[in-house]
Design a protein around this ligand. Structure first.
Ligand code: GDP
Ligand code: MN
Length: 401
């Protein structure tokens, strides 16, 4: 899960990570009021989307830059009006861009140096690692490719945590001395504490700046949270902005379904992640291409099955559906009833192959065969995959002829 910069700044404040004061705004008037509240100096206005590269981004209305430094509150309102409700395209958003619903209005820092710091999980060492670079404001991937010697790493012992000497060492490698080195070390220790406390998989500050008056401050923030730990953090789940996510995945998560959209045309509805993977593989094996990964879980209800069908059919590339259920906790007759309800409710008009196995399988098959609906029954996983691939190919041929 990701969060917006303005939300990240609140976490920074809570954990003592130094950053300029600021406020989120949803209208140009709010933005102007926020600017007045912040006082006399220069103000930076930043579009809030879950993607980086905003500084160099371009709005679809032609307005250049998702980050603007303004000198007067009236100017803040004008810039806000050009950003809010507009679509910002950056090298991270793809050509569709992202709609800007909120902006962040903050005291603008007078930048002397731009640095980079991040805390993330390093798979190679199986520990958290703190990364720092003198090349702030640039893509760290680019720095890693062209000037890897400008990136410094400190692996962290998971039980001991980041040690003060490690933070000081990184500050020194960044070329900071005296009070600035102290500020930087403190910031890194706070950042690490936050990374662990909030179960993050990434916290990235790019740029971390040294201001002309010698303050070390975080000017940008990117967070990734470990989804598997979110149950421990209702306060972080509350920061989720579903407008930034794939609508199908959002809908699926409402019903407790695990859905990931893919680019094929045969939808699958399966119980269990392993079986879902196997189902996708066997569709490929028989020459088809899966449209999604969809795991309805161990004990799906009729409502979940109907929701799953609706999500599947919301994908206009889908030409056929393969249902593959292994009834264990889940009973096949319940699934069969769910399938029939979904077929009727969605007026299904594409081929549907159903393979049921396990608890109450006979009853499940009977419910389907007696329904009179055009459901193709399959006896095994291979049989099901072969039948759906053939049915989709036949339908495509019909459409061509
Ligand atoms: P990103 O492009 O989405 O990563 O957004 P950033 O928050 O990193 O902003 C992009 C660039 O805008 C930064 O690298 C800075 O050069 C500049 N910038 C951001 N905030 C300020 C600020 O408070 N003052 C000044 N002068 N420049 C800023
Ligand atoms: Mn940035």
């Amino acid at each position: 899960m990701n969060i917006h910069e303005y939300q990240a700044r609140e976490l920074f404040e809570k954990y003592g990570v130094a950053a300029p004061a600021g406020k989120a705004a949803s209208t140009p008037e709010e933005a102007e009021a926020a600017a007045r509240q912040l006082g006399g100096g220069e103000i930076v206005v930043k579009a809030q989307i879950h993607a980086g590269g905003r500084g160099k981004g371009v709005f679809k209305n032609g307005f250049k830059g998702g980050v603007h430094v303004c000198s007067r509150p009236e100017e803040v309102r004008e810039v806000a009006a050009k950003m809010l409700g507009q679509v910002l395209v950056t090298h991270q958003t793809g050509p569709d861009g992202r709609l800007v619903n909120k902006i962040y209005v903050a005291e603008a820092a007078q930048i002397a140096r731009e640095l980079y710091v991040a805390v993330l999980l390093d798979r190679a060492s199986s520990t958290p690692v703190v990364i720092a670079s003198t090349e702030g404001g640039m893509d760290i991937e680019t720095v890693a490719e062209h000037t890897p010697e400008k990136i410094f790493r400190e692996p962290v012992h998971p039980l001991m945590g980041l040690q003060p000497y490690q933070a000081r060492l990184l500050a020194q490698k960044l070329g900071l001395k005296g009070d600035q080195a102290k500020q930087c070390a403190k910031l890194l220790l706070c950042l690490y504490k936050l990374f662990i406390a909030a179960d993050c998989s990434l916290v990235e500050v790019n740029p971390l700046v040294v201001t002309r008056s010698g303050q070390v401050q975080a000017l940008d923030a990117k967070f990734n949270f470990d989804d598997n730990a979110l149950f421990r953090h209702p306060e972080i789940v509350a920061l989720r902005d579903t407008a930034e996510e794939d609508p199908r995945e959002v809908e699926a998560s409402k019903f407790g379904l695990n859905y990931i959209g893919l680019d094929g045309n045969i939808a699958c509805l399966v119980n269990g992640a392993g079986l879902a993977m196997a189902t996708m593989d066997i569709i490929k094996y028989y020459g088809g291409s899966p449209a999604n990964f969809l795991d309805v879980g161990g004990g799906a209800s009729k409502e979940q099955v109907t929701a799953a069908f609706k999500i599947i059919l919301g994908d206009r590339h889908v030409r056929g559906i393969l249902v593959n259920i292994f009834g264990g906790i889940m009973q096949c007759d319940i699934i069969a009833a769910g399938i029939l309800a979904a077929v009727e409710e969605t007026h299904l008009h594409i081929p549907l192959v159903v393979r049921l196995e396990g608890s109450n399988v006979e009853l499940g098959k009977k419910i389907i065969s007696e329904s009179g609906l055009a459901v193709i029954s399959a006896d095994s996983l291979a049989d099901g995959a072969e039948k759906i691939v053939a049915a989709v190919k036949a339908a495509e041929k019909d459409a061509r002829d």
